[in-house]
Design a protein around this ligand. Structure first.
Ligand code: COA
Length: 335
């Protein structure tokens, strides 16, 4: 097997900038225990979460995305005008029509840039990054901005202790550029299993069941989740996709320097570590501070890793996620 440093990326590109934004309001487990039948001890031991950031009523997810993008652009030393495609991964759009991406484009001053929202559950950022890579590979665009922004705090039932304790709000962004050289995407495995569609849903508010007084009365516009089923599926899915992406890249799992898993539950991450026999110190964890920020989870964790100076040029990163749908996938890249 060739040495990892000599494998050519099948999509040569560079992540030239990374940015993240977390709303200032912090909600601790003890804060939740003030109005819910729960405790810091239960939440910490079952999920690993200690705090989460919550969007204030005056803020919107597009603003979080704009702030994260501005930081990513500053790091990349690029202007908004340099961006040729904007992809926004999110589950709940700013408005059903026209979604979130145009609000972000407007806020960044991207007047002529094409944009699109991508919905692929909490795997949305991994999907969007893979799609940006494909657009770069085919020469359609040279520079793309990929954002994950999410405010599920607006869609969880704050009376339902089984779901509301898990989520936090935030945004993360990357600037991706065509760049011949050793850096780039080495392997991609995108997967879907629509037999698992019922595990995570918001039933009302779409075309199938438009919002009405009745849907509000019965709480159908809130996030509903089958926690145990998701837990089991999550570990299997992220493990399968990571193995498949590594095979495509021609790498062994031991060649990977950093694994950034979707931060849904510390126990899910620990089970993944065990299943793939990963050294825990190579696995990025920040769920204790930010909880599950859905599509923003991976870029927020990546931004921390980069900001802490831990990622070195030439290192191999695996970004892996699962979510509603069920969509899941892994992108392996060389930094
Ligand atoms: N505080 C205290 N008790 C709670 C609680 C809370 N916040 N939430 C649930 N409980 C209770 C349950 O009501 C249940 O009580 P019962 O035994 O009297 O019925 C008990 O704790 C155990 O619940 P259970 O569902 O067995 O817990 P669990 O160990 O499966 O953990 C999750 C629950 C949700 C933390 C876990 O299943 C999980 O993380 N699943 C994946 C979720 C996920 O990834 N979602 C996002 C996908 S992108």
């Amino acid at each position: 097997m060739p040495r990892p440093r000599t494998i050519k990326p099948f999509i040569p590109l560079r992540i030239s900038g990374v940015g993240a934004y977390l709303p200032p309001k912090l909600l601790t487990n003890d804060d939740l225990a003030q109005f819910l039948d729960t405790s810091d001890e239960w939440i910490r031991t079952r999920t690993g979460i200690r705090t989460r950031h919550i969007l204030s009523p005056e803020e919107v997810p597009a603003e979080m995305g704009i702030r994260a993008a501005e930081k990513a652009l500053a790091m990349a030393k690029r202007n908004p005008a340099d961006i040729e495609f904007l992809l926004v991964a999110t589950n709940m759009p700013e408005e059903p029509i026209p979604g979130t991406a145009p609000y972000i484009a407007q806020g960044l001053g991207l007047e002529k840039t094409p944009f699109a929202d991508i919905t692929a559950g909490c795997a949305g950022f991994v999907y969007a990054l893979a799609l940006a890579g494909a657009l770069i590979q085919t020469g359609v665009v040279g520079k793309a901005l990929v954002i994950g922004t999410e405010a599920l705090s607006r869609f969880v039932n704050w009376q339902d202790r089984a779901t509301c304790v898990l989520f936090g709000d935030g945004a993360g962004a990357v600037v991706v550029e065509a760049a011949p050289g050793p850096a780039g995407i080495l392997g991609v495995a995108l997967r879907g299993d629509a037999t698992k569609l019922d595990l995570l849903r918001i039933e009302a508010g779409g075309v199938r069941l438009p919002a009405s007084a009745e849907t509000v009365r019965t709480g159908k516009h809130f996030l509903q989740m089958e926690g145990k089923g998701l837990f089991r599926a999550a570990v299997r899915m992220m493990a399968e996709a990571t193995r498949a992406a590594a095979v495509q890249a021609g790498l062994r799992l031991t060649d990977i320097d950093w694994v950034i898993p979707h931060q849904a539950n510390l126990r899910i991450i620990e089970a993944l570590v065990k299943r793939l026999r990963l050294p825990p110190e190579k696995v990025v964890v920040n769920i204790d501070r930010v909880a599950n920020t859905s599509t923003a989870s991976i870029p927020i964790a990546l931004e921390e890793l980069v900001r802490d100076g831990k990622v070195e040029s030439g290192q191999i990163l695996a970004l892996t996620a699962f979510g509603a749908g069920a969509c899941y996938g892994t992108v392996i890249l060389r930094w």
